[in-house]
Design a binder for this molecule. Sequence first.
Ligand SMILES: NC(=O)C1=CN([C@@H]2O[C@H](COP(=O)(O)OP(=O)(O)OC[C@H]3O[C@@H](n4cnc5c(N)ncnc54)[C@H](OP(=O)(O)O)[C@@H]3O)[C@@H](O)[C@H]2O)C=CC1
Ligand SMILES: CC(C)(CO)C(=O)C(=O)O
Length: 311
Amino acid sequence: MSDKPHILIVGAGAIGSFYGAILKQAGCPVDTVLRSEYQVVRDNGIRITSRLGDLSYQPDHVYRDGDTPEVWPDYLILCVKVLPGANRAEVIKPWMGPDTRLVLIENGLDIERELAEAFPANPIISCLAFIAASRMEPGVVEHKAYGKLIMGSYPKGIDEHCRTLSELFIEGGIKVDLTEAVVGERWRKCLWNTPFNPLSVIANGADTKTILETEGGEALIREMIGEVMAVAAAEGYPMDESLIDQNIEGTRKMPAYKNSMALDYINGRPIERDAVLGNVVTIAQRHGIPVPHLNTVLVTLKMRARLEGCE
Ligand SMILES: NC(=O)C1=CN([C@@H]2O[C@H](COP(=O)(O)OP(=O)(O)OC[C@H]3O[C@@H](n4cnc5c(N)ncnc54)[C@H](OP(=O)(O)O)[C@@H]3O)[C@@H](O)[C@H]2O)C=CC1
Ligand SMILES: CC(C)(CO)C(=O)C(=O)O
């Protein structure tokens, strides 16, 4: 029996499977809660190809969404997509023990609040994943590049639980940066995700190269990053203008890349529209900050969802 903390991954898709493998490498017992891939993972485990080597593993316990846990986890790591209308608090409620720390590895802004309200006694650790990983078929994940996590206690600080978890991730083989101001880090990451992810969807699944090299594409992205920055500053997270150049130059150096939202769109899956874009526009409206480009993209995506009968 391991003396390492007991981990439960809820939503073992690309991200949950990968970071579960890292904690398994660190010697933690790792359980998973699955939905559509339950039987495949129960029978064959999780297969992960990675530049770090073969990270495949058999979770210690494979639960189905709707089961009840045999033991309360020390850390519940939530990696489901943050979708409009999805109630993540209801999804994790059966799995949250009195001492369980809730860990989010998910994209988006202001995605912790509803969970902090639902579980006021459980510490929350919020993480940002800098990684390229995809589900290739049920139970099979391809880790293509990167893997670093930025993590901190929510809403701020770095508590002992956060430190312990970061050490386990490092022991398992990835880089971790701890931050005292994880909400500010979410805004920094959204400088990239909020423009690129939704724009790639309205451009029919465009990759980064197509977006930046189309006439007017880079200028549009610059305007959108500027709008996100203005909202972040109004929220108390001012950032240096040079981050606009840094985001553009960094993206130009990458090979043509389809972000996670572009892949969801191409594969006919729902997209994290509100977590990545809608929440930024809502916060902008609260501060009276004009965000015309972000709003145009948001409303266009809402029209599309309506035509598709999703809303
Ligand atoms: N992939 C990437 O490279 C990156 C992703 N991210 C972020 O990480 C988060 C996770 O993304 P990713 O792993 O790619 O997404 P995936 O779609 O690969 O995985 C999400 C998983 O959650 C499962 N799930 C949803 N609802 C439930 C439920 N009620 N019970 C159990 N399982 C459930 C899904 O199961 P089912 O198959 O049944 O739907 C799926 O296995 C997102 O916020 C994303 O934006 C951030 C950086 C990079
Ligand atoms: C930043 C990036 C592109 C990968 O870490 C991402 O967050 C995504 O694919 O949504």
